[in-house]
Ligand binder design. Structure first.
Ligand SMILES: [Zn+2]
Ligand SMILES: [Zn+2]
Ligand SMILES: [Zn+2]
Length: 60
């Protein structure tokens, strides 16, 4: 059997060491804090700020 999470063949999903899937991009092998996409604003896709600091969101 191969792991449905990371695709490795030496364990299954319940025993996967990579269960922490990135909540930002859904990728494996990193988490949201180290995600290369994390710096990108999910609201306007700007790269110089994150969603919490998005000027689009703050604009009413
Ligand atoms: Zn795995
Ligand atoms: Zn990610
Ligand atoms: Zn933004």
């Amino acid at each position: 059997m191969s792991c449905s999470i990371c695709g490795a063949g030496n364990h299954d999903a319940r025993n996967c060491p990579n269960t922490s899937r990135c909540s930002v991009c859904g990728g494996i092998g990193h988490n949201a804090q180290t995600c290369p996409e994390a710096r990108r604003c999910s609201i306007c896709n700007g790269r110089d700020h994150d969603a919490r600091n998005c000027p689009v969101k703050n604009k009413r």
